[in-house]
Design a protein around this ligand. Structure first.
Ligand code: WTA
Length: 676
């Protein structure tokens, strides 16, 4: 049994609910009509007559814009008295102070009042055709039981619960149950290893972990509970582990473990929501930076929810009754904002995708689109590139006429993939929205839509800033570039409600990473190009963070593990262009004097270590043993040089004057040729 609380797998949306929903939302249909249709709360904003004037207004009158949106879109327990109190140069970011609300009430109760039988979640399980639908009423019931269960086991406002689960209704209910009782959640991607999980549990100081007995993906079972067992051994803070049963296979239970569904059945279906201040923590989400230690990015209640809701509605033109299909895992920010919080705050129907793009065959996404009648599909370029290689027939086999918007996220989408997505998947009918954002931004910041329906979209460009977002490009001297076309470091010139507030337990790191590089601006770590028309294209990270299959990982994190190998003296890890994954991992390794340089063994050994300590996706594709690494005279590894070697851009290797020993580069070039 997987769905507790008497949920049935088929739930019908009542015609009454449809009518209520429709009358409320149909006004959002088209852009080119009056302002009330554009955005009801914008009526009365001076000079606003269309989408681009609304964008301008939202930037130059940020407080009025966000105040109106917050009053209109969120249900408040107590109204806020201050819209924003921010100083980017100090890392002080506060929105909607004085206000109180509960995020789970905003995502559930208010929809249950109007349309309890509307489907909130469609759990697209691994086996095609075995989906399970959960209504708003059922999800509220699950959330309340779970909230009561957590409370009964001592979880209080301000605690942090770690969730290690694949996408499923109980994972969403766990997130919302935390929100209901005022605890923060810390969802850890269920592909992370026991050590990576332990590190995140320890940093978050969780007393409670929620998991499943086993995961099921692409027909394979993974022992998630066993991973949790191994992790909690090294986490003295953990007092209890709630275990949901995804499969019927029993797992060994320890003294700390509880069967989650059995315990939930003992709980009441009513759970008093905690009144939360706007700036109380909603969740931590660990992400990679340019140093070895992952950082717990902190998002708070009101601003995050408002931003997720508004971007979900406007970027994708989400309308009444649409089925929103975001295929990201809930362990990443995309899953948080666009599988869970954005759609649920908007009273939408959202898909939780448990499988892979090629299980049981490369038609999986499109068969799902047909079966679930998905209207907006949101996925990663790495999957699009993979599917493109299998050919058009896997797409054309299925009816995709329900699709209205196609979204891309997580990494740059190359023109070939963009065009295939547009022409083949969307039959040339659907706008492709290449959305740029980050864990730290909370929601989409640069995107082709919203804009007038006929406004131009250039393949491979993220295009325009969302409401309230003011991007700028910085030159190498730290000055804002005003002319077009231009390239530079992408910064955001003013705060917005969805932005991260701090790094858990390390505000100084937050300031140093995002606020200090360009004082007064939020530094994104990405480079961007702005065309003469003013459209943005993201060119990639400026730091040592790489993006493997849309998963963000710091090269320093991988080096940390590689350096722990007893044969390794030192290493340098870089990303290189990879056809499918976007970027692959390339490790340069210097062996200790007495080490045996069996390259094949070493690769195997390093792969084992990286998958054990981080996750499989972070494993090096290539390991090149070198005598020495190129370094500056002050001893810094010159990764720029290594990248050029691997990209075979030897002409770009012009300036080696700062190298301590330029001969090192020739050896590396030779070794690279032999390896590839
Ligand atoms: C990259 C994922 C190009 C970027 C939502 C960013 C992109 C990092 C795009 C954040 C895009 C995300 N085009 N690059 N449309 N979207 N990125 O935190 O380098 O996992 O800084 O958030 O992904 O990754 P994160």
């Amino acid at each position: 049994m997987w769905l507790p609380c008497g949920c049935t797998s088929k739930t019908i949306v009542t015609s009454y609910a449809r009518r209520v929903f429709k009358s409320y939302f149909c006004v959002f249909g088209r852009w080119k009509c009056n302002v009330a249709a554009l955005m009801p709360e914008a009526v009365g904003f001076e000079g606003v007559k269309d989408c681009s004037s609304l964008q301008e207004f939202s930037v130059s009158n940020s407080a009025s814009f966000w105040a109106a949106a917050a009053r209109h879109r969120l249900s408040w327990i107590k109204p806020f008295h201050m819209v924003q109190d921010c100083d980017l140069s100090l890392g002080r970011i506060k929105w909607f102070e004085g206000g109180q609300l509960n995020v789970s009430v905003n995502c559930l109760d208010r929809h249950v009042h109007t349309c309890p039988e509307r489907v909130a979640l469609i759990w697209e399980r691994d086996e095609p055709g075995s989906e399970i639908k959960v209504t708003y009423r059922q999800l509220l019931e699950m959330t309340c039981r779970l909230g009561n269960l957590l409370r009964r086991h001592g979880v209080k406002k301000g605690d942090c619960v770690t969730i290690y689960m694949p996408p499923c209704p109980l994972a969403v209910a766990s997130m919302l149950a935390c929100a209901r009782i005022g605890a923060a959640h810390n969802v850890v991607f269920a592909g992370f290893s026991a050590e990576a999980l332990a590190e995140r549990i320890r940093d978050a100081q969780s007393s409670t972990v929620i998991t499943v007995n086993q995961g099921v993906r692409a027909g394979k079972v993974t022992e998630l509970k066993r991973t949790v067992d191994a992790a909690v051994k090294d986490c003295p803070s953990v007092q209890q582990v709630l275990v949901a049963m995804r499969t019927e296979n029993p797992v060994t239970m320890t003294a700390k473990d509880m069967n989650m569904e059995e315990e939930m059945l003992k709980e009441d279906v009513v759970c008093e929501p905690e009144a939360m201040d706007s700036e109380d923590v909603l969740f931590l989400l660990y992400t990679s930076g340019s140093t070895g230690k992952p950082k717990g990015v902190v998002h708070t209640q009101a601003g995050y929810l408002l931003y997720a809701a508004l971007t979900h509605r406007y970027v994708f033109s989400y309308q009444d009754g649409d089925v929103f299909g975001c295929v990201a895992d809930i362990g990443w920010i995309t899953g948080h904002s666009y599988s869970v919080y954005g759609p649920l705050a908007n009273g939408g129907t959202t898909v939780l995708f448990e499988s892979t793009p090629i299980y049981p065959d490369p038609g999986r996404y499109w068969e799902m689109v047909q079966r679930l009648k998905i209207n907006q599909f949101y996925g990663a370029p790495t999957a699009i590139r993979l599917l493109l290689k299998y050919g058009d027939q896997w797409v054309q086999k299925y009816d995709r006429s329900t699709l209205k918007t196609l979204g891309s996220v997580g990494e740059p989408i190359n023109t070939e993939a963009w065009e295939w997505y547009h022409r083949v998947v969307g039959d040339g009918r659907c706008p492709v929205v290449d959305t740029w954002w980050q864990t730290e931004t909370g929601g989409i910041c640069i995107t082709p839509r919203p804009s007038d329906p006929d406004a131009e979209i250039v393949p491979g460009m993220a295009m325009r800033p969302f409401f309230g977002i003011k991007p700028v490009l910085m030159d190498t001297e730290g000055k804002v570039v005003t002319s077009n076309p231009a390239s530079g470091a992408l910064c955001l010139a003013q705060p917005w409600p969805g932005m991260a507030r701090t790094i858990h337990n390390n505000h100084q790191r937050f300031i140093e990473t995002y606020c200090q590089p360009h004082p007064g601006y939020f530094f994104t770590g990405d480079g961007a190009y702005r065309s003469k028309e003013g459209y943005y294209q993201i060119t990639g990270r400026l730091d040592d963070v790489i993006n493997v299959s849309g998963h963000r990982i710091g090269t320093a994190e991988i080096e940390d593990v590689v350096n722990q190998c007893s044969a390794v003296a030192e290493s340098a890890v870089i990303g290189y262009s990879h056809d499918i994954k976007g970027q692959g991992v390339y490790a340069f390794v210097v062996l200790k004097k007495d080490a045996d340089d069996q390259e094949a063994d070493l690769s195997q050994q390093l792969n084992n270590m990286v998958s054990k300590k981080i996750a499989k996706y972070a494993c090096p594709d290539f390991v090149q043993i070198v005598q020495r690494l190129p370094k500056t005279r002050s001893g810094k590894i010159m990764r720029r040089v290594l990248r050029k070697v691997v990209e075979r851009d030897l002409d770009g290797l012009d300036d080696l004057s700062t190298l301590d020993d330029p001969a090192a580069v020739q050896e590396i070039i030779q070794g690279h040729r032999e390896l590839c």
